[in-house]
Design a protein around this ligand. Structure first.
Ligand SMILES: [Zn+2]
Length: 560
C-alpha cells in the first residue's frame, strides 16, 4: 500500500478508555504472571492504534500546515494525548504493583519497569490541563514557523528555502539569506517571545506541581532518561569545552583562511571551501536512484527495505510553501510503514536526509516487525545513533552522489564536529531558562549570547539584524517543541564518529555492529548498546579527547 492510500481514522479518547477498561478487567482477573503479560497486549494494541492515528494525522498536517481538517485533528490529539497518558500511567501502576511482580520481572525486560517508574514520576492528573495547553502553544509555534514567509530577493520565501542559501559559495548571497532570516524573525519577534514565555511558564507550573525544583527534572523524565543523569551531561558539556572547542576553533581558522575571510560570521558557518560546498550531482530522481544502488550494495536486507519504502512512496522531500520546514522520519505502526519528510534545497543536506532519516527508518522498521512497541527504538540518544551513524556508513558510496566526494566528506565531517558545541549551547541554554523561569526575553537572549561566546568564540553574529541580539535559538524548533532533546544529538554524534572510525578500519565489521545496534532498538540501554558495539561511550573518560584527535587527523587527510 502507498502511504497516500492509508486511510486516516481518528482514534478517540472513548476508544482508548474502552481499551483501558478491558485491560483493567483482565488484570483484576489475572491468576498468574502470564495473564498479566496477556493483559498488557491490550495496552500495546491501544498504543499502536493511538500512535498510528496521531502520527498519520501529524504527517498530513506537516505536508500542508494550512489544511484545516488536519489542523483540527492535530488540535484533537493535542487535547487527548495527556488523557491517554493518564490511562497509560494507570497501566504502569498496575504493572509495577501486582501480586505477580516477582515472576513478571523474569518474563519482561527490566527496561520496561524503569520506563513505568519514570512515566509515574512525570505525571500528575492535576497537570492534564496544562499539558493540553502546552501542546496547543507548541502547535501555535509550529504553524507560525511553517507559514512564515521571508522577504528574499523581492519574493516571499519560506525559511526552509532561504536556509539553503546559507551554504552558497558567494558570500554576498549568504549575507542576504541571513539578513532575510534575521529581519523575518524580527517582524515576528513579539509572537516568538510571547509563545516561548508562555511555554516556559506552563512547563514550570507543571514541574512545581510535581514538587520538582524546576522543569529541568521533568524534562529529563519526559526524555525517558534512565541511563544517565544531569551531572553526567554537565560533565560531557565540560569535556566539549576543553577537548572539542579548541579543535573546532582550529578548523574554523583554517576554513577562514581558505575562504579568504578575516572573521567567521554566522553566515559562513556552513561553508567549508572557497569554491563552495559540494553539491549533489543530480536532482531528486538521481539522488533516489543512487540511494537505492547504495543500499543494495551495502546490505541486501537494507536494500530491500529501501526499495519497499520507494514502492510505498514513503518519501515527501519537495520544499513547498506551507509545508513544515524540517525533516523527520515517522512510523505508522499499525501498517508497519515508515515515512520520511524533508525539504530538499539542492545542497548536500539533501543527501544527509537520505542517509540520516533512512537510518531512523531502518531501525523503526526492525522494531515494528520484531521488537516491542513500548521499548521501540529506544530513547532519543539511541535513535539518533541509528541515523547519524548511517550518515557515515554511507561515506563509502559518496561518489554516487557527488563529483567530489572528498570535498563532501570534509564538509560533512567539519559540520558534524562543529555541531557539537552548538548542541551543548542549546542544552545549557535550556537548563538556564527553566531554572530561571522569570527571565525576560531580553535576558534570555543575553544568556544565549554568553553561551555563544563560551562554546563558539570563533563565530560572530555582529551586525546581523536581530540575530546579533542573541536570538538564533528562536528558529531552533526543538527549544520550543521538544525541550531537552538536543543533547541526545551530541551524544549520538560522538557515537557516530566512533562508527566512522571503525568503518575505516574494517567496513564490513563496523556495518555488522551497526546493524546489531539498530536491531536491538530500545531493548537495551544506551550504555549497554555502545559497549556491545565496542564503541567508546560519550560519557567515558577521555572519549571526546580521543574522538577530537581522530577527527582532526581525518580532516587533515581529507584536505590534502
Ligand atoms: Zn534524527
Amino acid at each position: 500500500m502507498k502511504v497516500s492510500e492509508i486511510k486516516y481514522e481518528r482514534y478517540t479518547i472513548e476508544q482508548a478508555q474502552e481499551a483501558y477498561n478491558k485491560f483493567e478487567e483482565a488484570i483484576s482477573a489475572a491468576k498468574c504472571a502470564q495473564d498479566i503479560v496477556e493483559a498488557r497486549k491490550i495496552i500495546l494494541g491501544l498504543i499502536v492504534e493511538f500512535s498510528t492515528a496521531s502520527s498519520l494525522s501529524y504527517m498530513r498536517y506537516s505536508l500542508n500546515t494550512r489544511d484545516e481538517f488536519y489542523i483540527g485533528e492535530k488540535n484533537y490529539y493535542d487535547q487527548i494525548t495527556p488523557l491517554v497518558a493518564e490511562l497509560q500511567v494507570k497501566y504502569c501502576e498496575h504493572m509495577l504493583d501486582n501480586p505477580y511482580r516477582a515472576e513478571l520481572d523474569k518474563l519482561l525486560n527490566p527496561i520496561l519497569f524503569k520506563g513505568y517508574e519514570i512515566a509515574k514520576l512525570a505525571h500528575d492528573p492535576r497537570n492534564i490541563e496544562d499539558e493540553q495547553l502546552e501542546n496547543a502553544i507548541v502547535t501555535e509555534y509550529s504553524i507560525l514557523m511553517s507559514q512564515m514567509l521571508l522577504d528574499y530577493n523581492g519574493k516571499q520565501v519560506p525559511l526552509s528555502i532561504v536556509r539553503g542559501d546559507l551554504t552558497a559559495c558567494d558570500r554576498a548571497v549568504r549575507v542576504a539569506a541571513m539578513e532575510s532570516i534575521g529581519k523575518g524573525l524580527e517582524q515576528n519577534a513579539e509572537k516568538l517571545d510571547d509563545i516561548f514565555d508562555r511555554l516556559v511558564k506552563v512547563r514550570d507550573r507543571q514541574a512545581k506541581r510535581l514538587n520538582l525544583n524546576s522543569f529541568v527534572e521533568l524534562g529529563y523524565y519526559r526524555m525517558n532518561r534512565i541511563d544517565y543523569d544531569r551531572a553526567m551531561i554537565e560533565d560531557f558539556r565540560k569535556n566539549v569545552l576543553t577537548d572539542l572547542v579548541p579543535v573546532v576553533a582550529k578548523l574554523k581558522a583554517k576554513v577562514a583562511e581558505r575562504l579568504g575571510i578575516r572573521k567567521v560570521m554566522l553566515y559562513d558557518n556552513e561553508v567549508f571551501s572557497a569554491t563552495g560546498n559540494a553539491r549533489p550531482k543530480a536532482g531528486k530522481e538521481g539522488i533516489f536512484e543512487a540511494a537505492v544502488q547504495m543500499y543494495d550494495s551495502m546490505d541486501p536486507e537494507i536494500g530491500a527495505f529501501m526499495r519497499s519504502m520507494m514502492a510505498a512512496e514513503a518519501f515527501d522531500v519537495d520544499a513547498r510553501e506551507g509545508k513544515w520546514g524540517g525533516g523527520y522520519c515517522t512510523e505508522f505502526a499499525k501498517y508497519k510503514q515508515t515515512f520520511i519528510l524533508a525539504n530538499f534545497n539542492g545542497s548536500s543536506d539533501d543527501i544527509d536526509v537520505i542517509t540520516h532519516e533512512f537510518g531512523h527508518a531502518f531501525a523503526m522498521n526492525h522494531s515494528m516487525k520484531h521488537g516491542d512497541v513500548e521499548m521501540a527504538i529506544g530513547s532519543m540518544e539511541t535513535a539518533e545513533c541509528h541515523s547519524m551513524s548511517m550518515e557515515f556508513l554511507s561515506w563509502k558510496y559518496m561518489d554516487k552522489f557527488f563529483e567530489e566526494p572528498q570535498k563532501y566528506k570534509f564538509q560533512h565531517l567539519g559540520s558534524s564536529l562543529s555541531f557539537i558545541p552548538y548542541g551543548v549551547i542549546v542544552d545549557e541554554f535550556q537548563h538556564i531558562i527553566y531554572e530561571n523561569p522569570a527571565l525576560t526575553p531580553a535576558e534570555r537572549n543575553e544568556e544565549w549570547n554568553k553561551l555563544e561566546q563560551k562554546y563558539r568564540p570563533y563565530l560572530s553574529t555582529e551586525g546581523i539584524p536581530y540575530l546579533e541580539k542573541g536570538t538564533r535559538w528562536q528558529y531552533q524548533m526543538h527549544i520550543y517543541e521538544m525541550p531537552f532533546y538536543y543533547i541526545d544529538y551530541c551524544l549520538a554524534q560522538t557515537v557516530a564518529f566512533g562508527f566512522l572510525a571503525e568503518s575505516r578500519k574494517d567496513y564490513d565489521d563496523a556495518l555488522r555492529r551497526y546493524i546489531n545496534f539498530a536491531a536491538a532498538g530500545g531493548t537495551k540501554l544506551f550504555s549497554a548498546l555502545v559497549k556491545e558495539a565496542n564503541i567508546a561511550n560519550p560519557f567515558g573518560k577521555g572519549t571526546l579527547k580521543s574522538v577530537a584527535a581522530e577527527i582532526n587527523t581525518l580532516l587533515e587527510e581529507l584536505t590534502e
